[in-house]
Write a protein that binds this ligand. Structure first.
Ligand code: SF4
Length: 367
């Protein structure tokens, strides 16, 4: 067939160093990856691997696991070797677990310099162990645990303070000729967070991991993350992302994937173009859109499906979509590539759309 034209994007990626988290390339030469974090007890290997499998199925590229105790550290070799996606160990407070995670074969280790006592003195040893094993390190600065010196200097976790903390730690690793670093500077305020990443982007070429921390429950957290990531991705900033939600991690992955898909930074799969409904609607658009979304969930072929409440915009939107329906008078006009192929009674709309979607998917598969 014809070579596919890549869909337009808003900006070029900021040029970064490249690194590998297991088989996943991170940096401007590679697609932006979606991360999440398990909520199971890491020491419960089966439960953790089960959740990792669910995250993988939802589109997660890299997973992080907490390692607060010796039991968790002991579980790392089994988790790292059996997970389908690379595992990053998340270490706070106890530097000995940094070494345990590296030894365990974790694909990377996240350290929070603000939460590890005398971190600066330990950098040489961490750099040596990480280099020996080819393990990248994420310097994960967090507003809630900012280095005391910087808190004293700036009074609070300002963008400058967050960036300075991360860049200082990176410079210590660089002194030991260790450069396989990724940086994050998370804050719960998208404005502070965006500004902090902008400063980092100006001052270094390390890959950046984006996150709005403690973003809140699903609704608020989704919006905070989407606007903050959008503002940065618009400038080409961001190499991996994690949406933090007070909700199951699979939801984080779905939101992260959707943010990237919305900006053409990840191939789109199923996309429902549904109208908001209005006084003209003669069908319950919300219900119809939900049913169509549920019916088509998991389709691997990219498909744009228009669900319209009436014929005003129906034919127009449906022409741009692969498939669509415009409803009215208890019936649905089914469109394929903008042509009405049939009109079905309202109760058959969902099944007909699913049938047609399958047919299109099969044809696309053969092409
Ligand atoms: Fe209203 Fe029809 Fe537009 Fe839906 S498609 S918002 S029902 S005019």
């Amino acid at each position: 067939g014809l070579p596919a034209t890549p869909p337009p994007v808003l900006s070029e990626r900021r040029k970064t160093r490249q690194l590998h988290v297991g088989p996943v390339g991170v940096g401007s030469d590679y697609p932006i990856s979606v991360q999440s974090m398990t909520t199971t007890n890491t020491a419960d290997v089966n439960a953790t691997l089960q959740q990792i499998a669910e995250l993988t199925a939802a589109g997660c590229d890299i997973v992080r696991v907490a390692c607060p105790s010796a039991d968790d550290a002991e579980a790392l070799p089994a988790i790292a070797s059996k997970s389908q996606i690379p595992v990053i160990a998340d270490i706070h407070f106890q530097p000995k677990y940094v070494f345990a995670a590296i030894e365990a074969g974790c694909a990377a280790v996240r350290v929070n310099p603000g939460n590890i006592k005398k971190f600066d003195d330990k950098v040489a040893e961490i750099a040596r162990a990480a280099k020996d094993h080819g393990t990248p390190i994420r310097i994960g600065v967090n507003a809630g645990s900012l280095d005391k010196r910087l808190m004293e200097k700036y009074g609070k976790a300002t963008p400058e303070a967050l960036a300075e903390s991360a860049l200082w730690e990176a410079s210590l690793f660089a002194e030991h000729d260790f450069h396989d670093l990724k940086i994050s500077v998370k804050h719960n305020d998208p404005v502070v967070m965006v500004r902090a990443y902008e400063i980092l982007a100006e001052q270094c070429d390390y890959p950046l991991h984006l996150g709005v921390t403690e973003a809140g429950p699903a609704f608020q957290g989704t919006i905070k993350s989407a606007v903050a990531f959008g503002a940065l991705l618009r400038q080409g900033i961001g190499d991996t992302i994690r949406v933090s939600l007070s909700a199951p991690p699979v939801e984080e992955v779905k939101v992260g994937a959707q943010i990237l898909q919305s900006l053409n930074l990840r191939p789109r799969k199923l996309e429902i173009v549904s109208c908001p409904s209005c006084g003209r609607a003669q069908v319950d658009v919300y219900k119809l859109a939900d049913e169509v979304t549920a019916g088509l969930e998991g389709m691997e072929v990219p498909l744009r499906v228009a669900v319209m409440g009436c014929v005003v915009n129906g034919p127009g939107e449906a022409r741009e979509a692969d498939l669509g329906v415009a409803s009215g008078n208890g019936k649905g006009q089914i469109f394929v590539k903008g042509e009405v192929i049939k009109t079905v009674p309202e109760h058959q709309i969902v099944e007909t759309l699913i049938e047609e979607a399958m047919r299109i998917a099969e044809e696309t598969g053969e092409a």
